[in-house]
Design a protein around this ligand. Structure first.
Ligand code: SAM
Length: 261
């Protein structure tokens, strides 16, 4: 962990500082029997983020944080590895592992350079993890390297549309106006924040993913239920019911076995 780039170092400081305030919600998520996704807790039955059969599959969570997603995968019989940049986030994850009696490897490291051989995994997932905080030009090819041919990558991020509508002020919700240009966006630093995020337009995601050897299967535009709630201030329910504020990309590494008809 010594030879890492500036954004990885900055995001480690940020997440080590934020870990404490994420610990309580992490416990609630570990407690859940059925997965829910994103800031509005959209049920798995609506979005089908996870493959049907994970039993015996090798899976990795890229930027696992408190590892509640990994815990859901482990309970479905997957052989899970979680990697995260923040020691403090992983400390919460390890405490919850002990509490819930689930044991799987948790590695402190950078999802842009994962210490596993090529073709080690069948499934890779990231929920607001590496997919938001790591450089897509690095973590996407790395995910392709880690997956076996035919393996699937699924990630959940803020929608690009919402990014364009977000004021720079902290705690002010997305507006119904486009506040910034869509071209030349990638690295995003909010004023007064030490963190570095990455947001790509749909065209840039498609170009990057296809170039790394993925076929795109689905882009799920998340819509919360009419009575959904969130603890996050950056988007209102009224907004999120009209426009997608989160999206799930489902892509598959080319070269898998040809399906028999
Ligand atoms: C919002 S959390 C998402 C994880 C999980 N879904 C959760 O909520 O606990 C973002 C996580 O990404 C991790 N992260 C940021 N940059 C990373 C990188 N380059 N490699 C691995 N993890 C990274 C952070 O340390 C943080 O734990």
């Amino acid at each position: 962990m010594t030879d890492v780039s500036e954004h990885v170092r900055r995001n480690r400081v940020l997440w080590d500082a934020w870990a404490q305030k994420y610990a309580a919600s992490a416990a609630g998520a570990w407690e859940q029997e059925t997965p829910t996704w994103g800031i509005w807790s959209v049920p798995e039955s609506q979005v089908h983020v996870l493959p049907e059969d994970l039993a015996g599959k090798d899976v990795i969570e890229l930027g696992c944080g408190t590892a509640y997603v990994s815990s859901w995968l482990a309970r479905r019989g997957a052989r899970v590895v979680g990697i995260d940049n923040s020691a403090a986030q992983l400390a919460t994850a390890r405490r919850l592992q002990r509490q819930y009696g689930l044991d799987f490897p948790l590695i402190q490291g950078n999802a842009e350079a994962v210490p596993y051989p090529d073709a080690s995994f069948d499934f890779a997932i990231s929920e607001y993890g590496a997919c938001l905080w790591a450089d897509p030009q690095r973590w996407v090819p790395e995910a392709a390297r880690l997956l076996r041919p035919g393996g699937q990558l699924v990630f959940l991020v803020n929608s690009f549309l919402m990014l364009l509508c977000m004021p720079v002020e902290d705690d002010v919700a997305a507006t119904d106006r486009l506040l910034r240009p869509a071209f030349d966006v990638s690295r995003v630093e909010w004023p007064g924040d030490i963190g570095v995020e990455f947001h790509l337009s749909h065209g840039n995601w498609i170009r990057l993913l296809r170039g790394a050897g993925f076929d795109i299967e689905e882009l799920v535009e998340m819509r919360p239920d009419a009575n959904a709630t969130t603890r996050y201030p950056f988007v209102t329910l009224e907004w999120a019911r009209q426009w997608p504020c989160e999206e799930v990309w489902k892509v598959r590494k080319r070269g898998g076995p040809v399906a028999m008809t």
